[in-house]
Write a protein that binds this ligand. Structure first.
Ligand SMILES: [Zn+2]
Length: 216
């Protein structure tokens, strides 16, 4: 799942106006932001296996620290707590923690049973929507569109940049998503990790948009 997580981030302003769009993106996408780092460090592993699902060519062989339910609960608490210590806003801290957690439940929809519950060998879960391109596009597309709708309703632009930066990001995310779906699988784990780390630029883009839009 990719744009679905950003859809959740876009929806953040509907529930609390105080955090930046960049922070909401960071929370919703947090475990996919740390995953490439853990891959590069050799702590987690992935294999390229074209055809393992219709939509996604990766076999997630080992990613307990970023993608187990218990691991994500830990990250959610840490994320919310860190925000609370910095901003002293309980409501938004809880929301951000829930957004970190939302990632796992959205992944649960699309992944085949490769998401661990606990660290170590145990039950792995996943409903496998990735076996249907149409179902993946519908579910993820709807979440993305709903999130954007909420964001447009909760904010208004302060200047031209506030409009163009937002429209630009929406188009950019859709283009990456479509090209991922239809391009050949990545040729190495290194390539996956490098592209994955580049997602931090989308977080920065979120902060840039936020500075050029006001909440209503
Ligand atoms: Zn993920």
């Amino acid at each position: 799942m990719f744009i679905g997580h950003f859809g959740v981030g876009f929806a953040g302003k509907k529930f609390s106006k105080s955090a930046s769009l960049g922070t909401y993106f960071m929370a919703a996408q947090w475990i996919d932001l740390i995953w490439p780092i853990l891959l590069l460090l050799g702590i987690e592993q992935v294999e390229v296996k074209p055809g393992i699902t219709t939509v996604n060519p990766l076999e997630f062989t080992n990613y307990p620290f970023s993608h187990s339910l218990i691991g994500v609960l830990f990250w959610a608490l840490l994320f919310g707590l860190t925000y609370y210590l910095i901003k002293k806003n309980l409501k938004t801290s809880v929301l951000l923690g829930l957004f970190v957690l939302s990632h796992w439940f959205l992944d649960l929809l699309v992944h085949i049973p490769d998401l661990p519950i606990l660290i170590g060998n145990g039950t792995k879960v996943g409903f496998g929507l990735w076996n249907s391109l149409a179902a993946t596009l519908i579910v993820e597309g709807l979440i993305f569109i709903a999130g954007i709708y909420f964001y447009f309703r909760a904010t208004k632009t302060k200047n031209k940049t506030g409009t163009y930066s937002l429209i630009g990001l929406i188009i950019f995310l859709v283009l990456i998503y479509i090209s991922n779906l239809f391009s050949p699988p990545p040729d190495s784990v290194q390539a996956i990790a490098i592209v994955g780390n580049a997602q931090w630029l989308i977080i920065l883009w979120g902060y840039w948009i936020d500075r050029n839009r006001a909440t209503v």
